[in-house]
Design a binder for this molecule. Sequence first.
Ligand code: ZN
Length: 242
Amino acid sequence: MPKQETFTEEAIVLDRQPWGEFDVKAFLYTKNFGFLEVKVRGAKKLSSKLSAHFEPMNAIELMIIKGKQGDYAASAITRDARRRLKSDWQKIVWAGKLLASVKKYLNQGESDEGIYRIIDDYLNILNKLAGAPEYFYEGLGIASELKLLASLGYSADPSFCQFCSAPFSSANAFQATSGEIICARCRELSGSSAMPVSKENLTNLRLIYESEILFLGKNWRPIEQDITELGKIWKNLLYYHN
Ligand SMILES: [Zn+2]
């Protein structure tokens, strides 16, 4: 956080909640300072012009004043209200999942421009894309979550067996007890009930970890079955690191 009393910053609104009788507390992910909570004074009053900018999913630019009892917003402009996204309830649900994850895992004030990009890109894709099958939006959501976890240091290495270092064959497995992908032989030897990971999803994982969400939105064409399996890998990874 800068030392001066006032500064401007780009941010994505993650959530908001009432604060006292007239104010609102907004939860933001900012470009330079990561997670940030700011008070929006008078936001609950009907006459408030500031309030509309602090809607979840908005990309905003705001002026923040450091106060003795926390930071508060002095002014704001909306750079993108993502209206098409907000007019589709299914897209709102997907966007909401990622924003909730960010709020849950990144409230320590960690700042990472890569994370800002992941959130911003995913919301932009949801806003722009039309006519793609539903599972594709879900797949991009899972990809965003996997990238988010990876930027916190939690990823499943898809390049070789994490037990014996052998290259992968067509049958591989994700072992929830170690949070790693292992080969079919190690899975048999350990007698573990690890879940299967298809060869296609090793490629998908590599692509997700190496590419930006915008690139995936344009070029990634997974099939529904792979998305279902990827979702399980992500949930297991999350469970293992929690
Ligand atoms: Zn192995």
